[in-house]
Design a protein around this ligand. Sequence first.
Ligand code: FMN
Length: 335
Amino acid sequence: MSDRLANSPFAKRFGLTTPIALAPMALASGGELAAACAKAGALGLIGGGYGDPGWTQREYGIAAQALSTQPEAAAQLGCGFITWRMKEDRSALDYVLDRERPPAAIMLSFGDPSELARDIVARGVPLICQIQTMAQLPQAVDAGASVIVGQGVEAGGHGMKSAQGRSTFTFVPEIADWLAAHAPHVDLLAAGGVADGRGLAAAMTLGADGALIGSRLWATQESLAADAAIAEAVQAGGDDTARSGVFDILREKNWPAEYDFRALRNALHRKWENRLDELRADPEAAIADYKAGVAAQDYSRAHVTVGEGTGLISENASATQVIEAITYQAGNFFR
Ligand SMILES: Cc1cc2nc3c(=O)[nH]c(=O)nc-3n(C[C@H](O)[C@H](O)[C@H](O)COP(=O)(O)O)c2cc1C
């Protein structure tokens, strides 16, 4: 283990042995995956996503139970939510905040965190804010974020549309410089395209204190992603993903206009990617087609949510193996 990794301010803040956070991936980062990441020395964030209270209670409970005999790992369990959705119904957030053992952190992404942050920070729970542009940075810091996650457009799942979004490679050092000048007590994680030790070492060389990893940990045995979907991602290369609003329309998700979604660019995506207005105007038949694809696990129609880093995923390993391999490989760059 390299000192540079274990001594990163982010690792020290949460008592981690490696400066990695599991991305709180909606419906994929369940209790088993979050617990496995915490046991492997990373921060395990449950994917509270849209804030389904039943799902969040079940998965958070599974993780807490799995960690019940390991207090140090139990202290590395937290949860993430989609900010704009919490403004409509925050009961899942309240459930996590009201637990006897407070969460290690709450992560908020996609929207102004200020209002929700007040309550989180007042309870002494560290706040992690994922941002996509420099313009969002002062707002997140003013809201009381202890950790900023800079998300590049390479990332899997939701993020800023390509026209406004940033690439991880330039975004991370620009945030690092701003934080050094204005808020040196705030830690920084890179998100988007970190899928192996080279990515973690690169992120830290660019000024991050660690990385938030989604796609690579989505494709693990403990993830709630279907094995058949993971097999698609293992086969795919980084050229095979695209950002668009296609799957949000098909899933009837009411996302704010500035965000879209990266997934494998499958046949159904290709069919609609240049006809979004038409799809929006008359989506019923396409939604039925999509739902039939999901039911049949037919991934030429159902979405497979991974980012460009899918080209670096060659097997469906355990989360422990993935975290150990990333940590080992990154550590070799700092010896
Ligand atoms: C399957 C999947 C689901 C995601 N769901 C969420 C989510 O619910 N909330 C969130 O803040 N970010 C979500 N993200 C984005 C991650 O937080 C993170 O920015 C991204 O995974 C980092 O890029 P990477 O996938 O290349 O590691 C999701 C990502 C993936 C791959």
